[in-house]
Design a protein around this ligand. Sequence first.
Ligand code: SF4
Length: 372
Amino acid sequence: MQSFKDLIANYEWQAIQDDIYRKSAADVVRALAKPGRLDLEDFKALVSPAAAAYLEPMAQRSHQQTQQRFGKTIQMYIPLYLSNECQNICTYCGFSLDVPIARKTLSEEEILAEMSVIKQMGYEHVLLVTGEANKTVGVEYLQCAIRLLRPHFAHIAMEVQPLEQAEYALLRREGLHTVLVYQETYHREEYKTHHPKGKKSNFDYRLDTHDRLGRAGIQKMGLGVLLGLEDWRTDSFFCAAHLQYLEKTYWQSKYSISFPRLRPCAGGLNPKVQLSDRELVQLICAYRLLSDTVELSLSTRESPHFRDHVLKLGITSMSADSKTDPGGYANPNMALEQFEIDDKRPTTEVVASIRRQGYEPVFKNAVGIGDF
Ligand code: SF4
């Protein structure tokens, strides 16, 4: 059976990168004037340096398209870190095997304690997060966590190690709705440099994950690259090509894109490539112009100022009040964080800020959105 892993062989990194950097103002204007759906050539133009001068018309079109499809709503979700144990070495992550931090996996009682605090904050959409440690947080552990939490939340998503198709199907039957798996970078050699040890070092297995998710009938899949590992324009082109392939192949599923920029963490890695705020806005708008239906998500890695300013430009979901350490909601001083968050405002403040801009934060399922 064909998968994106086979398709990517048709794309040569350097050729794509050269193409993007060769795009002209005329290419950008042509893409912006095109009625209907844009293609990957248009996407190249929209993420190119030439498009920097067209940020205003890009933002206007992105705003209109988003409002037409999603209304003036922002879906709210919150991450629940179940474990920081990990058998992989990733050069950019505070949970990496070689980082000397205390390790913790939540027990059933501790999961329920976290649930209780999160519910008091009003959240119905929860994102379960673990490191990649098959023995401690394998499928049985995840199955148990979903069973515990299912009665308490309207929507359960997870961001954990890539699994087999049958395992995804099993968790779907338990009540799992959404799975987020980021390729981190689509540059094969650079990927090897940042993932030298553990199961995650297998580039192809990770790349094949969304095909396994699609075949398992998972409702929604999330994609993304870790912005800063490689040239963001080229990496994002590959992610956009992945998205287009998935939208065509598994058309019953929904999709979301996230925009994690490298943040300081216990492991400490300086980004190879800096992505400015303006460039991140350009990227958000380029995805929206490529796809009307893809959900675009912005986490608390970004600053309050930035999140408030991009709210109207294409974003459809946001987290708030996030703790990235296991047990951090019920016991806030545990210092086991994956990365530092930037937007530390309480949920009430984020909600007030969204409303001030005329948007409605949605904690349950929004009409027309379905889930985050
Ligand atoms: S990014 Fe994921 S797999 Fe890599 S060290 Fe962190 S938790 Fe483990």
